[in-house]
Structures are given as C-alpha cells and as structure tokens.
Write a new protein. Structure first.
Length: 290
C-alpha cells in the first residue's frame, strides 16, 4: 500500500507491506502538489500525478528511486486522467488538451498520441449513433418498454462530434480527457473527452488508431469493461444499457416495474452478469453469448 502525505510544503510517499503493516520505504518526491498515486499492474512501479496546474508524471521504484519523468507541455492545465494497461506495457495519460499519450514501459517515451477531433473521417472507423426514432406501442403492464432505441451506423464520410464550450469562469472546466479504460486483454482503449460528453471513443491499441465512435443522446455517465472479454458497457443516466464489442454494439432497455436510471455499473468477475446501480434502486443484468 502506498500512502501520500505532505509535510512542510513537501510531498512524501510511504510504502507499507499489508501482510504485516510494516513500512517498507519512505521517501520524498519531486512534485509541486501531489494529486494521485497509481501502482503498476505488477506492483513494481509507482506512478505519481502532480497537480492539474502542472503537466508532470513521475515514475518511482518501491525504494524511492525516480526512474523517469514525463511532461508533454508547460504553462497550461496538465494531466486529468491516468490508466495502466493490464499487461503493464503502456501507461495512458489523458490531459486537458483533449489528447491521450501512450507511454511504453521500457523507455517511458510516447509511442502514440490519440486526438479527439470535432470531426472524424469515417474511413476505417465504425461510427454508431443512438437512434430513438423507432417507437413501439405496447402494453406497459406487460413489462415491455413503450419505446425502443437502437444504434444506427453512420455512413457519411465525415462524422461531426457534438461539443460543448466550457465556461472559463467556472472551476474544473468540462474539458479534456476525463476517463481512460483499457479492456482486460489490453487490445482496446475507451476514452471520454469531457467537452464531448455524449461520445465514447474506442481505440485499437495494436494499431494506435481509432476503431469506433459511439454517439448518444445524453451525456455518458460511466464506462465499464467486461473483466473476462473485450466487451464494454456504457450508461447515460437513463433506463438503457449500451454494450459494445468488436463484433458490433446494441442497446438494451431495462424492463422494470419502477422507473430506473442507470448511474453506475459493476461487472461480475466472470463477466456473466452486470450490476446496474441507480439513485435508489439496483438490478442485475445477465448476459449470454450467442
């Protein structure tokens, strides 16, 4: 376990052995204002994230040696999100400039830079948009939803991504890459760009290219990868579950007796079930492979 602390305007990290709750090491770190600590998947490296006022990422060994530092730019808001690939080969760094930079685990240099433009060329990219135009009239008492939505494939040569302009007068602007999630096999990477809240970006890690874009009617609340396969669950604060896989994507409406808005999700470790959590209710969704 790693514990960060600040004494006399200086940041420190303590590493504890949880089996005996014994301190293994204690060292100072070269950060202005330490904002986050993340272990590598093999537990051999600590990634430190500085304050959002500085683009500063530092890699430390367990004995307190600074192995590498990384800074993409200066004099602007810096790191907003971090994620290790499950294999530990890549460290993904999302920032306020709407880009994700992938660092390799050998030299800790950038191997790819993933941009989130407002217009995406559909060549080689699968673009899907939530379509609510298909309405079905059915008996609500039967437990069947009175309307259905589905993903519609976008065939235009260029896809416009809806974007919001952040308010410069408000703190913590809705700008930049706020979420980064790797699939369990490290083959895919899903991102959310906060000023494009309805879009989910899915990247192929092998090619470092955009694979799919999912556009929704409402802002995305959460992304959650299946822990056993490359299957992504998405929720947007309504009664629908959005699921993507390399084979395609679909939308499932929750048939419940009371109104139910999905705000959070948790997969079962086997990937066979998904816990859907609302403000006052929850339900378990069982998924079957055909």
């Amino acid at each position: 376990m790693a514990v960060a602390e600040r004494k006399e305007c200086k940041d420190f990290v303590s590493v504890f052995l949880c089996s005996q709750w014994e301190m293994v090491s204690h060292f100072s770190v070269d950060t202005k204002d330490l904002a986050g600590v993340s272990w590598s998947p093999n537990g051999g490296m600590l990634c430190l994230q500085d304050s959002l006022l500085y683009y500063n990422v530092l890699l430390y060994s367990m004995d307190g040696r600074c192995v590498a530092t990384y800074s993409a730019y200066e004099n602007a808001l810096g790191v907003k999100s971090l994620a290790w690939s499950p294999t530990g080969q890549f460290l993904a760094v999302g920032s306020y400039d709407q880009r994700v930079r992938l660092l390799n685990h050998i030299t800790w240099k950038t191997v790819a830079e993933l941009k989130h433009p407002s217009d995406v060329l559909s060549t080689g990219v699968l673009a899907y948009k939530e379509d609510r135009s298909t309405a079905l009239k059915s008996d609500i008492s039967s437990g069947v939803s009175s309307h259905q939505t589905k993903y519609k494939t976008i065939t235009e040569p260029s896809v416009a991504i809806p974007s919001n302009k952040p308010d410069p007068e408000k703190p913590h602007p809705k700008l930049g890459v706020g979420a980064i999630k790797f699939s369990c096999d490290s083959q895919y990477l899903a991102t959310l760009n906060d000023n494009m809240p309805t879009a989910v970006w899915i990247w192929n890690v092998k090619t470092f290219k955009l694979n799919s874009v999912l556009l929704h009617c409402s802002p995305v609340q959460e992304l959650c990868w299946d822990p056993a396969s490359a299957r992504l669950a998405v929720c947007t604060g309504n009664d629908k579950l959005y699921v993507w896989s390399p084979a395609g994507c679909l939308i499932v409406s929750m048939c419940t007796s009371t109104p139910f808005s999905i705000l959070k999700m948790h997969w079962h470790p086997s990937g066979s079930a998904l816990l859907l959590i609302g403000a006052q209710h929850f339900c378990v969704c069982y998924l079957q492979d055909e």
